[in-house]
Design a protein around this ligand. Structure first.
Ligand code: PLP
Ligand code: ZN
Length: 408
């Protein structure tokens, strides 16, 4: 078997691989598990990968924790574009800057990578109902994938989740509980209810298999760069699962002998909610109740912080934060430089990159990848808030002509 065990990050205790094993019995919710592979049993070559006609994350199926006979959900996820931006290179002087547009997934966020695996594991476990809490995107993603696989969902979201994300839930038919409180409280309630009703749990920080889905973004970056690992990857951090996934993906490639390098992973948080940055710099975790325009990363108690901090340390990376003003600037800067429109948390990594580049913190020869985690249409109110909506103009040719002269 390619998965040799599930190992507690906290105490090291090992558990047998099972689709419904979420955390360590001894450590509880602090005992997040790692999926440990027997790398010798995975036979895979660059040639074999490059010949795959499956343009989705399932092209890496051999490197994922699912059985040969496992049913996979039908929605196409992954193999999102990686754009090299000459314009950003010209603006910053950094010669090789790549934008990975993960807003191009079926429900428009990187969370779809986790949902694809989550639903495959739920089908393995014979689950009938899945339960999760989310700031919005994990929920809308799960709702879409569950609908495609014929599984019911019960979803907890905080009251501040943007309307477009709630619309996705309702449209996909998820049983939706809008908790009149923060994401952190919605998370606790979802864990409680999952236990009480015996649902299958899809919370990313909690369910060790979901990070395995998110790691495919690293595989794709490596393959799309010609089977080469970049020098740096910028990623926004909420719960820390994507950060952990990126590390795991590049770690797998090294263990499989397909790469010999770990990129520096640079986590970016919002200054209004930066518990991972604080914990990394002071060695002490303090829960926050902070706030930011970037709702997807407004996470005061990041559930996967230990894994994320390990990823940042072991990759010789770091965690920085950017202000809401910097995030707002990135909402328009990125599309105007690269044509990619991201939601606030989606462009936060780009804001972090800009900050590092302004501080001359990046060598101009480094190959830098910035992951855009969610599409801009997910949060129209924030997008509109950084633009001026033009007032309607009288519909006669002369007025319009004069008007056009004033705006060009
Ligand atoms: C969930 C999410 C993040 C943060 O990912 P974590 O795994 O929680 O750190 C960032 N951006 C978007 C758009 C997201 O939906
Ligand atoms: Zn443990």
């Amino acid at each position: 078997m390619k998965v040799s065990c599930l190992k507690c990050m906290n105490c090291g205790k090992e558990y047998k691989d099972a689709p419904d094993r979420y955390v360590c019995d001894d450590c509880g919710i602090d005992g997040i598990l790692d999926v440990i592979y027997d790398y010798n049993s995975i036979n895979i070559t660059k040639d074999e990968i490059s010949q795959s006609k499956d343009f989705s994350l399932w092209r890496y199926r051999k490197m994922l924790p699912i059985k040969d006979e496992t049913q996979i959900p039908p929605l196409q996820v992954g193999w999102t574009p990686l754009y090299k931006s000459e314009k950003i290179a010209n603006e910053t002087g950094i010669k090789n800057v790549y934008i990975k547009d993960d807003g191009r997934n079926p429900t428009a966020s990187l969370k779809d990578r986790a949902s694809a695996i989550g639903i495959a594991k739920a089908l393995e476990a014979g689950a009938k109902t899945i339960c999760a809490a989310s700031t919005g995107n994990a929920a809308s993603s799960l709702a879409g994938f569950a609908a495609s696989a014929g599984i019911k969902t019960v979803i907890f979201v905080p009251k501040r989740a943007p309307k477009a994300k709630i619309a996705q839930l309702l449209i996909y038919g998820a049983k939706t509980v809008i908790v009149d409180d923060t994401y952190d409280r919605a998370f606790e309630l979802s864990v409680e209810i999952t236990k009480k009703f015996g649902f299958y749990n899809r919370n990313c920080a909690y369910n060790p298999f979901l990070v395995e889905g998110k790691k495919t973004v690293a595989f794709e970056i490596w393959e799309q760069m010609g089977f080469k690992t970049p020098d740096r990857v910028y990623i926004s951090i909420g719960d820390g699962c994507i950060t952990s996934g990126i590390y795991k993906g590049f770690y797998d490639l090294i263990k499989l002998g397909l790469s010999d390098k770990m990129p520096r992973i640079i986590g970016v948080q919002a200054a209004g909610c930066n518990p991972v940055e604080v914990a990394l710099k002071t060695g002490k975790f303090v829960a926050q109740s902070g706030n930011t325009i970037a709702d997807s990363i407004a996470v005061g108690i990041p559930r996967n912080r230990l894994k994320a901090m390990r990823a940042l340390k072991e990759s010789n990376g770091t965690c920085i934060s950017v202000s809401d003003d910097e995030i707002k600037a990135a909402i328009t800067d990125l599309p105007r430089s690269a044509g990619v429109f991201g939601e606030p948390a989606g462009v936060t990594a780009y804001a972090g990159f800009k900050k590092h580049s302004n501080e001359k913190n990046i060598d101009i020869n480094e190959k830098v990848v910035i992951i855009i985690t969610g599409n801009g249409l997910k949060d129209i109110e924030s997008a509109i808030s950084v633009c001026d909506i033009p007032t309607p103009v009288a519909p006669d040719s002369k007025t319009i002509e004069n008007h056009v002269k004033t705006i060009i």
